[in-house]
Design a protein around this ligand. Structure first.
Ligand SMILES: NC(=O)c1ccc[n+]([C@@H]2O[C@H](COP(=O)([O-])OP(=O)(O)OC[C@H]3O[C@@H](n4cnc5c(N)ncnc54)[C@H](OP(=O)(O)O)[C@@H]3O)[C@@H](O)[C@H]2O)c1
Length: 257
């Protein structure tokens, strides 16, 4: 007797190697722990050795495996350093990012370059390097953490929104170019999650209320709620999905006010 119907694809990530940028805290740390729990061996990347070691210990504490790599992904030599270690890779999660909330008239050249390099150029470079490995294997999953700020206009920093919109477009273009290599390229667009990036805003009750007023589910996200879509997009369960952005937003982007 057959033990399964063949209708349920696998959501598991056993024997998969995943690299998560910005895994020292916040969303990236949650993604690293979640992907490891789904069975993947995870490479965790950020600039801060101590924080990465702590994430590694936390993952080891669950009986799972993590390999920290300290790197600043805005630097070409650091990206080369990462890929001098990594010769096999099934999943890349472009998560590292930052924000400087300046209005258009006040944005300096230095701020523009910092945001473009950290949020956008680094993700593209990481995808280029990962893509070379994935093309050889004729298989891969690239997931970029964009934002609802790349889909609708928010007062949360114009350059941040520009970088996130570009990441959503990068996702579509890479998906188109690399479909022939069986590389699936998708994006996740979160709304508000409490992390070191956002917690000071969420502690402001009036600000929080303006967010909740625009969120049909009437709450901010819980970190495991971004892990589920990331595991899905990393797994065989999403093999006919490419070029898409899944908004993990409590309904924010469907709300017309
Ligand atoms: N939290 C939200 O509500 C929210 C909503 C929408 C989108 N997002 C996006 O989700 C992603 C994660 O956000 P988060 O809230 O978790 O932010 P976070 O708590 O500030 O974490 C950012 C992560 O990126 C890493 N990082 C930053 N610059 C780096 C660089 N040059 N090289 C390597 N690593 C770097 C940081 O590590 P080190 O400092 O150790 O290098 C840290 O691990 C970002 O792309 C953000 O735009 C977040």
């Amino acid at each position: 007797m057959k033990s399964s119907s063949n209708y349920l694809p696998s959501f598991r990530l056993e024997n998969k190697k995943a690299l998560i940028t910005g895994a020292s805290r916040g969303i990236g740390k949650s993604l690293a722990i979640g992907l490891a729990e789904a069975g993947a061996e995870v490479y965790i990347v950020s600039r801060t050795s101590k924080a990465l070691q702590e994430v590694k210990e936390e993952i080891l504490g669950f009986g799972l495996k993590a390999i920290p790599i300290v790197a600043d992904i805005t630097k070409q030599k650091d990206i080369e350093h990462i890929f001098s270690y990594i010769k096999e890779l099934d999943i890349l999660i472009n998560n590292a990012g930052m924000n400087i909330r300046a209005p258009a008239s006040k944005v300096t050249d230095e701020e523009w370059e910092k945001l473009i390099n950290t949020n956008l150029k680094s993700a593209f470079k990481m995808a280029q390097f990962a893509g070379e490995i994935m093309k050889k294997k004729q298989q891969g999953k690239i997931i970029t953490i964009s934002s609802v700020a790349g889909h609708v206009a928010l007062n949360t920093g114009i350059v941040y929104g520009i970088t996130k919109a570009a990441l959503i477009q990068m996702t579509k273009n890479l998906a188109l170019e690399w479909a022939k290599y069986n590389i699936h390229v998708n994006s996740i667009g979160p709304w508000y999650f409490s992390t070191p990036l956002t917690e000071k805003y969420l502690k402001d009750e009036a600000y929080l209320q303006t967010i909740l007023d625009r969120t049909p589910l009437n709450r901010v996200g819980k970190l495991p709620e971004v892990v589920g879509p990331a595991v899905f997009l990393s797994s065989d369960a999403s093999n006919y999905i490419t070029g898409q952005t899944i908004f993990v937003d409590g309904g924010m982007t469907i709300y017309g006010f």
